[in-house]
Design a protein around this ligand. Structure first.
Ligand SMILES: *Cc1c(COP(=O)(O)O)cnc(C)c1O
Length: 392
């Protein structure tokens, strides 16, 4: 089918919930994507932080094929090897105690919220169920995680929302105190706010927050759906902040493009969700877990160091272009935000870059770049050349 035919069919038969760019993807290699007609794009999006190994990665595709031929799904009533091995690696590399596997980021965050409420219920009884989240956060699209999201625009249409969420300003302990109370059981944060505009939390604030949570027996919950799995240059962002959350959610990059998510729980929380309290049919799918194992094999310490170097290189070169519409950059590793200035709109900039052959994302009022972690210097330079040609 041609690009145009695929777009028409999609627009007719897939529910119109996404604002799509007029680009049809057929295949890719590394950080480069092609349309059915062979038009080439440098990809600074990874399918929103998912395809960390890029496209056409042979070991990843082979691991999926091998596991699919053995057994594609069994349910969690039985045991399979790939999720057990993946959970072991994640725990060993983070110091966490155990994993619950799910399918998407919002669902993983629902798990974190259930974990926090049950932890508190078991210890203190009812009435201590409030979760504090941060303004400008994003935690998902379910009825509960929409309400956990600290942006008013998301609290619309779908009433009634789940009760028990209060919001504080990022990097502001006074604001956190104002949201505190006897009814609080947890604080849920993104260490780098992703959808909100690539806004890293201040390390001193995160350390003070961890201390406060420990003193009051509030669970510290990290939503690492976007920041996790090497994106920020460490396996999880919390490892660069020098704090250990009680539980952490992950999703996007965990299986390099296969749908998988989950939560990592520390020792204190390992037995909170017992048999019958939490489950999902597709969770811990062995094909997805086999893909996740290839991601873990790829993300060595040297690889993560290279992610930090690539991120620093891209930010330095973008700022050196000194484009009229781009201000300062920010972020961690290959999670990069660019401030938009000079009265430009981030949507217009994204459209212009895509017309010139560079796929990019927006976040908050600015631009967001989440290239595949395997992106090469040549691909980064080609992307930078497109930025210069399109925006100078
Ligand atoms: C993408 C994202 C989510 C939602 O993940 P889905 O897989 O779309 O449900 C939640 N939290 C953060 C921080 C995200 O970036």
């Amino acid at each position: 089918m041609t690009s145009q035919e695929i777009q028409s069919l999609t627009n007719q038969y897939i529910m119109n919930t996404y604002g799509r760019f007029p680009v049809t993807i057929d295949h890719g290699e590394g950080a480069t994507l092609y349309t059915p007609e062979g038009t080439r794009y440098i990809d600074f999006t990874s399918g929103i932080g998912v395809s960390d190994l890029g496209y056409g990665c042979a070991p990843w595709a082979d691991a999926i094929a091998v596991q699919a031929k053995k057994v594609g799904h069994t349910s969690n009533l039985f045991y399979t090897e790939p999720p057990a091995r993946l959970a072991e690696i994640l725990c060993r590399r983070t110091g966490m105690s155990c994993v619950f596997f799910a399918n998407g980021g919002g669902e993983a965050n629902e798990g974190l919220i259930k974990l926090a409420r049950k932890y508190s219920f078991d210890k203190y009884g009812q009435g201590r169920a409030a979760v504090i989240t941060l303004n400008n956060s994003f935690h998902g699209r379910t009825i509960t995680t929409l309400k956990a999201t600290g942006q008013e625009v998301f609290h619309n249409y779908f009433f009634p929302f789940t009760e028990g969420f209060r919001y504080a300003n990022a990097n502001d302990l006074d604001s956190l105190e104002a949201a505190a109370g006897d009814d609080v059981c947890a604080v849920l944060v993104e260490l780098v706010q992703g959808e909100g505009g690539v806004l890293p939390l201040d390390p001193a604030y995160v350390r003070a927050l961890a201390k406060l949570c420990a003193e009051r027996d509030w669970l510290l919950l990290a939503d690492e759906v976007q920041t996790g799995v090497g994106r920020t240059g460490s396996l999880f962002a919390f490892q660069q902040y020098g704090v250990v959350p009680d539980a952490v959610s992950f999703a996007k990059g965990i299986a390099g493009g296969m749908p998988m998510s989950g939560i990592l729980a520390g020792e204190k929380c390992r037995d909170v969700l017992g048999p019958g309290t939490h489950a999902t049919t597709f969770g811990a799918n062995p094909v997805c877990a086999a893909a996740g194992l290839v991601v873990q094999e790829t993300l060595t310490e040297e690889f993560l160091a290279a992610v930090r170097e690539k991120g620093a290189y891209l930010r330095e070169r973008i700022e050196a272009l000194d484009l009229p519409c781009f201000g300062k950059t920010r972020g961690m590793g290959l999670m990069i935000g660019i401030e938009v200035r000079g009265g430009c709109s981030n949507k217009e900039i994204a459209n212009k870059l895509i017309e010139h052959g560079l796929l990019v994302l927006t976040a908050g009022p600015g631009m967001r770049l989440l290239p595949p972690l395997v992106i090469t210097k040549e691909e980064m330079d080609q992307g930078l050349a497109i930025m210069k040609a399109a925006l100078a």
